[in-house]
Design a binder for this molecule. Sequence first.
Ligand SMILES: [Zn+2]
Length: 373
Amino acid sequence: MTEVPKENGIFVDMKRFFICLALALLLMGFGYFPAMVERYYCNGVYPVLLQARLLLTAWVPFSIGDLLYIIVCIYLIYKSIRGIIKIKKEGLDGGKLWRASAIILLVWISFKLLWGLNYDRLGAGHLLDIDQKAYSGAAVDSLVNELIDSLNSTRKQINDLKIQVDTLPASNPAAYFTMAQEAYNKAKGSYPFLSKRAPRAKATLFNPLADYVGFTGYFNPFTAEGQVRTDMPGLELPFVACHETAHMLGFASESEANLIGYLVATKSDNPYVRYSAYNEIFTYAQREQFVMMAQQKDSVGFVGAVAQNRARLDTLVKQDRKAVRRFFNIHRSSVAPIMSGVYEQYLFLNKQNAGLKSYDEVIGWLIGLKNKK
Ligand SMILES: [Zn+2]
């Protein structure tokens, strides 16, 4: 028997790598045609891919994606240790390098095909026919005031209905995921572009890591599951579940997931879901109001706005917000900013040019929506 020359192996590995590279470049190129992505991917391929995965994962009560992450992590650690030992013994194997590069490209191709192309779509602005134009301080002030009114009136309803507001970790997080799912089922009457069958968010298996990584929820692009941190105040859960569900439905951008999550949650019959959304978006709006004043060096306006918001907010709302703030202050970790930096690089890579600020861009969308009305 003749031995196959080793070069042949390398050539096969190189060939596979270049095929993957060509595919990756093709997908990247496709991403530069948002109208085509919206039409063929978001309204064609993606809904089928989503339903197929929901068929596999939706009935499982825990996150399959989290379990897969754990398995892949253990496997990668094992492979890395073995790889290092082998390199030390036998030196670097060129073929393996090509193979490893091809695998990395394959993971990226799967990410893009299974969900990531949603970053390149026309998106919520196109579907709702709104623009994200530059806005004035007065427009933000007016949005802040509206949100305060909504917060106050919804809090009153909650109080009248004798519903307990969870400012501590919820004892039954699943109930909040059901509320978010019901909100989506109702909202599709107003927003026909939403899926016919609303998927449901799940509890993360990684609560103990949440302080270090600094997440309240995240989406798994491979299994199409939306995970929510469940050891945080229950008041946060309905909105975070609505946000993650928007990702599941193909709204990849953070500002759009916030916008869709907010629009859906505020259409809910359940005041708790609405309150959760008003509370979250008020935080973004108030921050934008303060940042704009600070940028204009308007210290009188800044002090005035702080005092006015405080005076306008209902006492119970202030109590709830203080309790939630206390939770996150206690759970702040020094590692979280590093992880946020890593996530910001991921956002930049996916054309989210505002990085972590892209969450705040929801304010621009909401003002656009107000102007349209
Ligand atoms: Zn998100």
